[in-house]
Ligand binder design. Sequence first.
Ligand SMILES: Cc1cc2nc3c(=O)[nH]c(=O)nc-3n(C[C@H](O)[C@H](O)[C@H](O)COP(=O)(O)O)c2cc1C
Length: 186
Amino acid sequence: MEFDEVLISRKSVRSFRDKEIPEDILNNMMEAARLSPSFQNRQCWRFIVVRDKDLIKDLALRSGMISKVNFFIKDAPIVIVACADPAKSGTMNDQNYYLVDTTIAFQQMMLSAWNHGIGSCWLAAFNEQKVREILEIPQNIRIVALSPFGYPKEKKSLYEKAVKVFAQSKKRNELKNIISYDKWEL
Ligand SMILES: Cc1cc2nc3c(=O)[nH]c(=O)nc-3n(C[C@H](O)[C@H](O)[C@H](O)COP(=O)(O)O)c2cc1C
């Protein structure tokens, strides 16, 4: 895909086909994350690629912040958990850059996946303690996000349709409402 097309066509995917992600594409996605910029180039991110079906099922059933909100990840061939070691990043102007570093890297990974026809969905509504427990993540490591990755189903699930309506996923602010030139005029 052309780069612009990747950006324009990208959308969150919440229903997945039963098809594995080839190893070379997975490596491409990892490489996209690895090459990301970071605070003092300290690369604080760490990723767990969950491929074990039982672990994915466990995450689907128990990782949600409220009830089984992440249940839809059960059909994804992989779930990737984006972690960070805050001690390997830094703080400036009261901003914790481990979040920024890891977010940039994870988004690069997601865009690389989309370029290969693989969908994902950034998940923030997870219970950090539960995910930590399921995947044996040490206490000093923060879990920034998780996402299922897989080939999108042609027909969206009812759940996916409902979330998209609820989140008004297609809606974006107009440029004039988010950009000003030279000085703050918003
Ligand atoms: C920080 C962040 C947190 C999100 N958390 C969730 C989530 O917990 N569950 C979910 O289904 N989608 C989640 N999303 C996906 C958003 O709902 C989605 O990006 C938004 O509706 C725009 O739709 P699009 O990604 O299809 O363009 C999250 C996205 C971001 C960036």
